[in-house]
Design a protein around this ligand. Sequence first.
Ligand code: SF4
Length: 575
Amino acid sequence: MVRKRKTQGKSFAQMEIGAIRKSGKARVKIALVYPNRYHIGMSNLGFQTAYALFNAPPEVTCERVFLPESDDPPGIGVTTIESKSRISEYDIVAFSISFENDYPNLLTILERGGFPLRSDQRTIPHPLVVAGGVACFLNPEPIAPFIDCFLIGEAEELIAPFLQCVSDADLNTESGRETLLMHIAQKVPGAYVPKFYEAVYQADGTLGDFKPMMEVPSKILRVFSKDLSSHPTCSSILTPEAALGHTFLIEVGRGCTHGCRFCAAGYVYRPPRFRTRRDFEKMVDRGAPITDKIGIVGAAISDHPDIEHLCLYAIERHLQVGFSSLRADSLGSALLGVLKKNKTQTVTIAPDAGSERMRSVINKGMNESDILNAATVLIESGMLNLKLYFMVGLPTETIEDVEAIITLCKRIKHRFLKSSKTKGRIGTITVSLSSFVPKPFTPFQWAAMDGVRSLKEKIRKVKESLNKIPNIRVHADIPRWAFLQGVFALGDRRVADMLVAAHNNYGNWAKTLKESVINPSFYVHRDRPLNELLPWDFIDHGIRKSFLASEYRRALDGIPSPPCPIESCRLCGVC
Ligand code: SF4
């Protein structure tokens, strides 16, 4: 389906503010690729940050590339936004990957760019293909055969040393390229060159060994910014064509203290870090002249110790403030006051599970009265619409837990009605249901996913019960795509064969999975023993595996754990 452009007859480039165009001959030319459409990529702060960092050195030019629009003529290949140049003309093609389900697009872009899909089939003059982004530092193995080098960790600490190696290298000869890859693998912390490592599989299909075949680190250390103030993380380019429109995105913190056991961001961005007031003010001052709306980005925004001050700083400059989701248990009067001043109409809260038991299993750290009180105070403060996130298919889930989602939504609706009476109008409750997908480096990395049929049945049950209630609507994801996400998130290098097969089958995954020599359920529909060697175990996030295992056991016993105290603690091993 062709997405209707907001600005007909104008190129994306013509609608932008802030794009970087460098004249003069660059020493290194980089095509930075977001493996999905323009409007999605331009709303991704990680992508925008990589763009600014790659363009920082004067001798490097970096231009952006997206999955071609479905109405783009097929023959045009893949070109950059800034200069409409083909990506085959660049020295480096760098993918910024946040979501596993974008992996098939990566192959489409490589092929339409005129490159062989697999690294071992590419030679000079094909560009060097590198990749980074959270999907890569969770588990890069399913796409490892397509990528020459991964950058594992936070871009602010990775891109400069990487570019240092590149700018001294000979990119135009095979031997020069080999030397560069070895240099990067040995000298750049967080760099991972897949071809220097061997994965050995056992007869039962599990990983028997994963070892370096060269003088390269046996473990890849995830690198992270110890001091967020060292780099601003905010939008570089604004465009009305972005999914979030002309919103200037500002990161207020990284990581989260709560330790919800399904949430990868709560683990791979440890230790939790907050930006200072001064940091934030500087970024607002940068955005205010070019927009009327800022978007506050972070895992647990409402936990920021200065959240009220930050918001008021923007509101006093006549800016609208947008939030991703807020925790029901941290809606203090100060924050409510800000939401009111901001004339916020819709607030998103994520109970994630319906029953107290299941919220203890996932370590959500909030109870039913927190959620119901949040609904009441939000409505009473003038926010008429609520968005509620829930998951189905969580470990140990019973049908009673699914029914508890229905019951909780009905109770919220009741509070909603009672509180709206004084407002003389009633808003909408939007329930968003997603299928639980276990993620690497979380306590649930050993857990099996629920079956597609069972997920469909649970979603149908919730929808049937809630869709008949006025002012409640239910949106749900597609369990079949959640299953594929699970295969891409938990798979090993052999999943690359499935990706190539699906690519050759024009995206016909049903056909591909039926013909696959590897049973995809092997990756997602079995509980893994705690001593199994996992495809992503070679990455060191600093979190002890024993900590994740003890959290998993506590989950299975329905025992919650205290939040991360941020300082003077050694519990998970990161600090
Ligand atoms: S060591 Fe303690 S303070 Fe540090 S990230 Fe882990 S749980 Fe949090």
